[in-house]
Design a protein around this ligand. Structure first.
Ligand code: GLP
Length: 634
């Protein structure tokens, strides 16, 4: 756990940051268990407020483990869940009733009669009364002792969406568009996601005697920062927790990464001025002031909290030039290395001139969204490129797309599979899960889209692999569990290709996401190969797959794209027909995946321009991941 002084100036909520979610939940589970046991010893009840979503899942696993291995009992515990979707009953696979049974209640000794979850299946004219009864029951039980919370990307707690006031109580609410988009994959399409939910109010949550808000992964970093560092506002209900007298935000390093203590450590203390930190602070200063790197002067440093830096590493002009050169050296049109060129300051080695390159894409489309132009260059420069899709991605195919494809097959006199698929789609209720056959059919759709997409990058079909990792085939979104067979399949591929370069993604993503799961599989696979002689000659490059780009100071290789390459990239992304309009929208003005991806690359190019480097049409970026020797170091 990290602890840096000075941060109290900016942080309005106590924050604990852990290396990863597992370390964090161990601590929280220990505290909850101690509180439960204390009450047990006094023969008193304990009231626990519970949350859903992927965030609390590792906490529930830890509590289950403590129940099994350490004798933690729940006989004196009464639980109240925060919320439930309205209009679905408890058997629905995405209902919070079912979720809680599967993730916790079925595995511990909590008496059924002590479980409380808001009802989603009541008639509309009975909701008000049901909500009041819920509040009364909480009171009758003596109030909530400990409340667990996650946080939505809108800043919601429970389902208190932006606009929820500090005195709101349990009620029916309308879900925000972003929340419904985030849930779209779980419900197999946004149109299946309920529009309403019943949720405890902000004040109901504030009444709890102790509150833990948990958050993992980079996608929560912005909202966590706003809740912790900005003034409380209705547009961000989690920020009201600043008024709570006993609240902790429990974070992993990725979700904490936007906090000032990590973003601008020089504002909260006296950091060690490593070259990396110097680069970060100088690029930050240049962008903040809107002044190119080479025009920064001592005064700019002094007036912006960077006097120590300029005293220690200055004068300003020398520092500017050093950072300018470092940033400049990240730019290369030769992502596989430039043969016959001095590679002292290039991100990649010149030799071997023809490299074996392995691009790992967690789901089809992650690859082209982030690196279509780089991929095309690698192929054009004669490298032996293999693209491997780690999962089939079939859960992301809407039924309408399967219908379209099966109709087409049938009309063309295709095989009987088409009519079987059409029959299943006809018979399927809105919420039933796909059969294995339908999932396989959907995988084929994604395979064909991936092939068409890579054709735009001139990659021959023979260089494409589909691993269909078992964890994905046997799982559901946000509840995947990886195993040895996933690692073994990935290890076999690595061993077969013995790549000089691997491009991979997902290292700081939300730990429940497909991308993060795939990265942990990759990590385990490559760790198992650490004695192989080819490993020392293998560079691992990380691309991002969350609709954002690396920050300038982090980037170690930036590949500029010409206007024509940008057009080709749009085409490559567009081939993923089943995914059109399916991505979480960062900017509501751009509803198509290709628009978002290209805008992101254009924005990166604009940043390089603002720093005073060359002005390109667009840029794709990468960070080098250092091969772990013992632990993982990055
Ligand atoms: C839903 C739940 C919230 C939860 C949020 C975040 O909206 N109602 O209680 O905090 O999702 O979900 P996740 O934890 O999967 O990121």
């Amino acid at each position: 756990m990290s602890d840096r002084s000075g941060q109290e100036l900016y942080e309005r909520i106590p924050v604990k940051v852990f290396d990863d979610a597992q370390a964090a939940v161990c601590e929280v589970a220990k505290e909850i268990a101690a509180a439960i046991r204390l009450r047990q010893n006094e023969d008193k009840p304990f009231v626990l407020g519970l949350a859903t979503g992927s965030t609390p899942v590792p906490l529930y696993r830890e509590l289950i483990r403590m129940h099994r291995e350490e004798g933690l009992r729940f006989a004196n515990v009464t639980t109240f869940n925060l919320d439930e979707y309205f209009g679905i009953d408890g058997r629905h696979p995405e209902s919070y009733h079912r979720f809680m049974r599967e993730q916790l209640f079925d595995h511990i000794d909590l008496p059924e009669s002590q479980i409380n979850i808001p009802q989603g299946a009541v008639a509309r004219d009975e909701v008000f009364e049901a909500c009041q009864a819920y509040e009364e029951k909480i009171l009758a039980c003596g109030g909530i002792d400990v409340q667990i919370l996650g946080i939505g990307r809108t800043g919601h707690i429970g389902f208190n969406e932006p606009g929820s006031g500090p005195s709101s109580r349990t009620r029916l609410v309308t879900l925000d568009r972003l929340t419904r988009q985030d849930a779209a994959r779980d419900f197999q399409g946004e149109h299946n996601v309920p529009r309403y939910a019943v949720t405890m109010g902000v004040e109901t949550i504030m009444d709890a005697r102790k509150v833990y808000l948990l958050a993992w992964g980079r996608s929560k970093a912005e909202v966590v920062k706003a809740a912790v560092e900005d003034a409380p506002v209705e547009s961000l209900p989690a920020s009201f927790l600043q008024e709570h007298l006993n609240v902790s935000f429990v974070l992993d390093t990725a979700s904490a990464s936007e906090l000032i203590r990590y973003k601008c450590p020089w504002l909260v203390g006296f950091p060690e001025w490593t070259p990396e930190l110097a680069r970060e602070s100088v690029t930050h200063l240049s962008l903040k002031l809107g002044k190119p790197l080479l025009k920064l002067v001592d005064k700019d440093y002094q007036e912006n909290g960077l006097s120590e830096l300029v005293t220690e590493k200055g004068p300003a002009y020398g520092l500017n030039i050093r950072v300018f050169n470092e940033v400049q050296h990240t730019i290369t049109g030769w992502p596989g290395g430039k043969p016959d060129a001095d590679d002292t300051y290039r991100p990649e080695r010149a030799l071997p001139a023809r490299k074996r390159v392995l691009v790992l894409s967690p789901e089809p489309q992650d690859d082209v969204l982030s690196m279509a132009a780089t991929l095309s260059r690698l192929v054009a420069h004669g490298h032996e490129v293999t693209v491997a899709y780690l999962t089939s991605g079939n859960l992301g195919v809407p039924d309408e797309e399967a219908n379209w494809a099966a109709d087409l097959m049938q009309e063309a006199g295709g095989a009987s599979i088409a009519s079987e698929v059409l029959d299943e789609l006809d018979a399927k209720g809105a919420f039933s899960e796909d059969s294995e056959k339908l999932r396989r059919f959907k995988s084929y759709i994604r395979r064909n889209e991936a092939r068409a997409s890579l054709e735009m990058c001139s990659l021959p079909k023979g260089c494409i692999r589909f691993l269909d990792l078992p964890f994905y085939e046997n799982g559901r979104y946000r509840r995947f569990e990886t195993g040895e067979s996933d690692v073994a399949a990935t290890r076999t591929l690595l061993q077969e290709i013995r790549p000089h370069q691997v491009f991979v993604t997902g290292e700081a993503a939300d730990p429940s996401s497909v991308q993060a799961k795939c990265f942990s599989v990759f990590e385990d696979a490559i760790r198992g190969l650490s004695v192989e002689p080819w490993i020392d000659d293998c560079y691992v490059w990380l691309y991002r797959s969350d609709g954002r780009e690396w920050e300038i100071h982090q980037v170690e290789m930036s590949v500029p794209c010409s206007p024509d390459e940008v057009k080709a990239k749009a085409q490559a992304i567009y081939q993923h027909r089943s995914q059109r309009s399916q991505l979480p929208v960062m900017n509501p003005e751009q509803s198509e995946a290709w628009e978002q991806a290209i805008e992101c690359n254009r924005e990166t190019a604009a940043l390089y321009d603002r720093l005073g480097l060359a002005e390109y049409e667009a840029i794709e970026c990468f960070v080098r991941w250092k091969m772990p020797s013992k632990g993982i170091e990055k």
